[in-house]
Design a protein around this ligand. Structure first.
Ligand code: G1P
Length: 295
């Protein structure tokens, strides 16, 4: 099974930093965000490769995952073997690249990976969000296995005034207990991309982890533009519902880390530095007077 990571965006929210450095390479604890997402994908049983949908304007992403023997040898020569092995590790990950050079939307980005997904079910992991525990996609796969290999997406509750930022699901909860509680499973009957609050069929939004039937690729190939005049993955999923069942697993968004805006990314970096015993004290010291804010 392949995992697809769309990464062709311009990173406008992070300009001017992202003029030369792709936002996917912004680090959290020394590791680029996209590598965190790649490792999350490869932790799922059965995933044997990751397809990154890049743009030709961002060759630095490929460089990060390419071998660099000279750098490795220099590091080894200086006795920095563990740094050398972390550099080598990135180049040994089974990552391949396809390209989306026009900003035509998430659905169009995913479609570029069609030749690589082998007509099998595949994962999509949106790269602004990573799950340090690596467990969310595994639980989605378990739900899919319980329902004859059906498509499964991760969703989470969102306040009513924020529904218009996301894809929102309609459907029925098929498990016991609070339907919006993490662990609940819904059979999806509809989806709508970025609805007005009064049109939202639920408060459950698509968080950016999808396990989809390969038929979505055929549907994307004929999908017209939708919200924002872009080819929306959500719209192709609505058409998939006409012929296949689809389920949603409710998750706790806090299981993952959102790096989509400068403030969110800064928060994720701070949290990671505090959570890692190797950096916690040095980070608190670096905060100077602001350290009182977290003590
Ligand atoms: C995309 C999807 C949307 C989903 C969101 C999660 O929107 O189209 O359904 O809820 O990611 O981040 P975007 O953020 O690209 O506008």
């Amino acid at each position: 099974m392949k995992a697809v990571i769309p990464a062709a965006g311009l990173g406008t929210r992070f300009l001017p930093a992202t003029k030369a450095v792709p936002k996917e390479l912004l680090p959290v604890q020394g590791l680029p965000v996209i590598q965190q997402v790649v490792e999350e994908a490869l932790a799922v049983d059965g995933v044997d490769g990751v397809v990154i949908v890049n743009s030709h304007d961002k060759p630095a992403i490929e460089r990060h995952f390419a071998a660099d023997d000279e750098l490795e040898q220099t590091l080894i020569g200086r006795g920095k073997d563990s740094l050398a092995s972390s550099v080598r590790h990135a180049s040994e990950l089974p990552v391949s690249f396809v390209y989306q050079d026009e900003a035509k939307g998430l659905g169009h980005a995913v479609l570029q990976a069609a030749p690589q997904t082998d007509e099998d079910p595949f994962l999509i992991l949106l790269g602004d969000y990573f799950v340090p525990g690596h467990d969310m996609c595994r639980r989605m796969k378990a739900v899919s296995d319980e329902h004859n290999g059906a498509s499964v997406i991760a969703v989470a509750a969102v306040p009513a005034d924020q529904v218009s930022r996301y894809g929102i699901i309609a459907g029925d909860c098929i498990t016991e207990g609070d339907p919006e509680q993490p662990g609940s499973v819904w059979r999806i009957s509809g989806l709508v991309e970025k609805p007005a609050p009064e049109d939202a069929p639920s408060h459950l939004f698509i968080v950016g982890r999808y396990l989809l039937s390969p038929r979505i690729m055929d549907l994307l190939a004929t999908q017209g533009p939708g919200a924002g005049n872009e080819i929306q993955l959500t719209d192709a999923m609505v058409r998939l519902l006409e012929s296949e069942e689809m389920y949603a697993l409710v998750v706790d968004v806090d299981e993952g880390r959102d790096t989509g805006t400068p403030a969110a990314w800064a928060g994720v970096c701070a949290r990671a530095a505090l959570e890692d015993p190797a950096t916690r004290e040095a980070f608190i010291e670096a905060l100077g007077g602001a350290a009182d804010l977290i003590r």
